[in-house]
Design a protein around this ligand. Sequence first.
Ligand code: F0G
Length: 446
Amino acid sequence: MVEHLRRSTREEREQWIREANYNLFKLKSEQVFIDLLTDSGTGAMSDRQWSEMMLGDESYAGASSYFKMKDTIREILGFEYFLPTHQGRAAENVLFSALVKAGDIIPGNSHFDTTKGHIEFRKAKAVDCTIAEAFDTTVNHPFKGNLDLNKLEDVLKSHPKEKVPFIVVTVTCNSSGGQPVSMENLRGVRQLADKYGIMVVFDSARFAENAYFIKTREAGYAGKTIREIVLEMFSYADAMTMSSKKDAIVNMGGFIGMRSKELFEKASVFNIMFEGYITYGGMSGRDMNALAQGLREGTCFDYLETRISQVAYLGQRLVDFGVPVQQPFGGHAIFVDAKRFLPQLPREQFQAQTLAVELYLEGGVRGVEIGALLADRDPETRENRYPALELLRLTIPRRVYTNNHMDYVATALANVYERRNSIIKGLKITGEAPIMRHFTVDLAKV
Ligand code: F0G
């Protein structure tokens, strides 16, 4: 598919971003020239996926599309039981309804915002056990998504088993910069989980990109196929949630994979209540077909290499211009270090959001803030939470843009970098939702 892109003038963009209250989520897509807001649901489906759409079986119960998805999940991910859901957070909602109660503790590696939202919404607590190296963008560690096993063990040791329903491992870890978790670390988490009798759940949106990094960075895996690595990764999990809008390259869809029949039965009740009958769970038959095909394509080495190399291409262009970014480069995005880019701004003025607005004004490029706005307020004290990293994420959709587009983005950001010292005022909040405020927040210039 070829899409028309509309160029705009700086004057137009100034007006549009003001009307959007400096929140890039509130822009119309036609007001954006290059859209790096997210890699979620924004990929281009292949000829084979579109062919699968024609074969969709829309039967309410027992559709062949459901069985196609079930067989593919068993073959590629190794889970016997599964439930379809309409997207990743829906999978979290269903699974957490079955597992999480008020007062619980859920350790993990920089939980994604919807995951944390679903935990905190249930009055439970997410405890971040990511390794310290992840929070210094200048440290070059190959697996910045890893959990610090000592921190994790401290959490498991200091709470009764009944209070810790599971450990959640996000592969790749989106919040720390699309950073992978090593196989050695996954094995270590499994060993601790077994020692303390706790379940392990993978938040799997970008599991194939994680497998690519294991193959290319971890000793002993260069000769293994992506599919072999994926099967080993998931062998360390009891269950998984999936946003298929990422590594399954569909516009909408998700699922839960489980090993236990008992958990499947428990979760099925919530799936029927929130999503739909257990053989469609909010998805059309045609979409389940495209998803199954997408799982096959998303786990091909050549595809992954092309994709991740494009992300690295943008990263290298930015590094060459001197722009500070999270190193090494992540799988789905380049994360610009806004604290190092705009050190003159106080954190209370939302450095990463200010930078996102500047990049939009400069070139019509839409990135997304991964910083204090996203981190939200502490549910108990209602104080702003300031995370260790303040990042502008430039997220690359799958199979959509060319490296010419990446050159344009890099040049636009380099222009902002050149005039960075003239940016002396940030943003302030004028209105916000009680949870997951970043989507709808209203801001004004300080
Ligand atoms: N887990 C991870 C690691 C994610 O990155 C996302 C979504 C979800 C869960 C929730 O999935 O959107 O299908 O409901 N991430 C998108 C992003 C929104 O832009 O990073 P969803």
